[in-house]
Write a protein that binds this ligand. Structure first.
Ligand code: OGA
Ligand code: MN
Length: 288
């Protein structure tokens, strides 16, 4: 049976004594599901998954998202995060493949820009740079718990507007494509969400959020920045230093994450992700 070892006082655990390539029995899978609910981030060292095994394990958690238009892997269940170009060499710093990593370096929750947000994401590390390129996670359940009462009252019924263009245009104006504008219109999600399995509440905000309904643009942007800043205080962050073959599974309802810089024009970094679709938040109708 899997063993869990907590990595941060409030969330995240390392999981050993399980091989994710196996067709896990229900009891083992249930233990992992409970660990996921409890810790929000599960780090599985030394899991040499191929794409098929990665997909098979992820699918047991729920239906997988198809990778959106404009991303490497579009239309498949895999997102490929790689800075290796067609010639097999690491691309220059300003190449789109590196700008994607730069955009991922802003705190975010995956697919918060979609009508149905992601339940979970699972990254499998294929090639990691010798230095940098960590992924950081901030606990949004802890963030909600720790917010001052007045702030809780101020935000608990608020709805934020998330748009893919917000994070992309804040990274590099060249990133957002026409197809992404057409296919990913702004969506609304509550700033605070309930997690049904545990009855916990979590703050829900990140780089795709650019406005709040009923608030001026300036007030909303200031509040969003303040909330992200509060949630990602160093003591509320777990930093994962990758080794090749690590797999990390996280709950996008309960954490935000960001990639850390590395010498993007020197070292290769290749990660593959699956994204498990969520149930949608309240007021949002589930789409196919
Ligand atoms: C992701 C992501 C950050 C990283 O895969 O969703 O944001 O460190 N990755 O690669
Ligand atoms: Mn991400």
């Amino acid at each position: 049976m899997p063993t869990f070892e907590q990595l941060h006082p409030r969330f995240a655990a390392r999981v050993t004594d399980v091989d994710l390539r196996d067709d896990l029995d229900d009891e083992t899978f249930e233990a992992l599901r409970q660990g996921f609910a409890k810790y929000s981030v599960l780090v599985f060292p030394d899991q040499p998954l191929n794409d098929e095994q990665h997909i098979a394990f992820s699918r047991r958690l729920g239906p997988l998202e198809a990778t959106k238009v404009g991303s490497y892997g579009a239309g498949t269940p895999l997102v490929i995060l790689s800075n290796i170009g067609e010639d097999g060499k690491v691309v220059p710093e300003a190449h789109k493949l590196n700008l994607v990593h730069k955009a991922n370096s802003l705190w975010h929750s995956d697919s918060s820009f979609k009508p149905v947000t992601a339940l979970a994401s699972m990254l499998s590390a294929k090639i990691v740079p010798p230095e940098g390129g960590e992924t950081e996670y901030a606990g949004m359940i802890a963030a909600w718990e720790d917010l001052p009462k007045e702030m809780k009252v101020k935000i608990e019924d608020r709805i934020a507007i998330h748009h893919f263009a917000t994070s992309r245009n804040n990274t590099d104006k060249r990133l957002m494509t026409k197809a992404e504008y057409n296919e990913l219109p702004p969506v609304e999600h509550p700033l605070v969400r309930d997690i049904p399995e545990t009855g916990k509440r979590a703050l829900y905000v990140g780089s795709h959020a650019g406005a709040i309904i009923g608030m001026s643009e300036t007030e909303a942007k200031t509040l969003i920045t303040e909330l992200i800043g509060f949630a990602t205080r160093p003591e509320n962050v777990y930093t994962h230093k990758w080794s090749e073959k690590d797999a990390v599974l996280w709950d996008n309802r309960a954490v935000v994450h960001r990639g850390r810089p590395f010498a993007r024009d020197k070292h290769a970094r290749v990660m593959i992700r699956t994204t498990i679709a969520g149930e949608g938040s309240k007021d949002i109708v589930k789409v196919a």
